[in-house]
Design a protein around this ligand. Structure first.
Ligand SMILES: [Fe+2]
Ligand SMILES: [Fe+2]
Length: 212
């Protein structure tokens, strides 16, 4: 696990100018914190948080994200950006070959489907493989999706420019409201409930850790 984390850190650094390493760190931190609520292994959740956007550092995607800083993506650009989960799998498979081992079976579903909704009715990619997954995989994916959404809601500091649903930074009240709006559809409602209970006591450490 250590070697792959090292590879990820080196790789993600190439997207440092648009905040990809900090975003990935924030998602890893959040995924690790909330892992117990879906019965996931904390270390594994941390790893997949780091890895989820490695596909964004592929040249073609990075170019689009850099060009669109702070702007909305055109339809054409979206097609390219939406490839980042499957590009992430290609990168992971390359690293597996280089390191001579296979990652945990939850890693690839976590990376590939981190933009798919909890209720399986939205996001991407929505394909046969996703619908065939078991509950353990789906719970794990929902954790990564949840951590990614929170990081994105906190705005520019924690999320790369370009592919960002939430363009401006939000306050905690707005975040909780929005989380409740998408709870049970985009997000696993168990995680939203735990967030409401826990966040007031840990928000500060999140900021301390990630704010410049
Ligand atoms: Fe992503
Ligand atoms: Fe992300």
């Amino acid at each position: 696990m250590k070697e792959i984390l090292q590879k990820a850190d080196e790789w993600l650094r190439k997207g440092g100018d648009i905040g990809i390493p900090r975003h990935s760190d924030a998602v890893a931190w959040l995924a690790e914190r909330f892992a117990p609520f879906v019965g996931a292994d904390r270390e594994l959740a941390y790893l997949v948080g780091k890895l989820h956007d490695v596909g964004k550092v592929v040249k073609e995607v990075l170019k689009v994200l850099r060009r669109n800083r702070g702007k909305s993506l055109t339809e054409e650009d979206w097609i390219i950006v939406k490839k980042h989960p499957s590009l992430g799998i290609t990168i992971l498979e390359r690293w597996e070959r280089e390191l001579g081992y296979k990652v945990d079976p939850l890693v690839k579903p976590g990376v590939l489907y981190h933009h798919a909704w909890w209720n399986e009715k939205g996001g991407y990619p929505l394909e046969e493989g996703f619908f065939c997954l078991g509950q353990e995989e789906k719970d794990f994916i929902s954790l990564i999706k949840f951590a990614d959404t929170i990081a994105s809601m906190y705005g520019p500091l924690f999320s790369p420019e370009g592919e960002r649903t939430y363009k401006k930074k939000r306050g905690l009240i707005e975040i909780v409201d929005e989380l409740h709006r998408i709870s049970g559809t985009e997000l696993n409602d168990t995680l939203v409930t735990e967030f409401s209970l826990l966040w007031f006591s840990i928000e500060e450490s999140f900021f301390k850790r990630f704010k410049k």
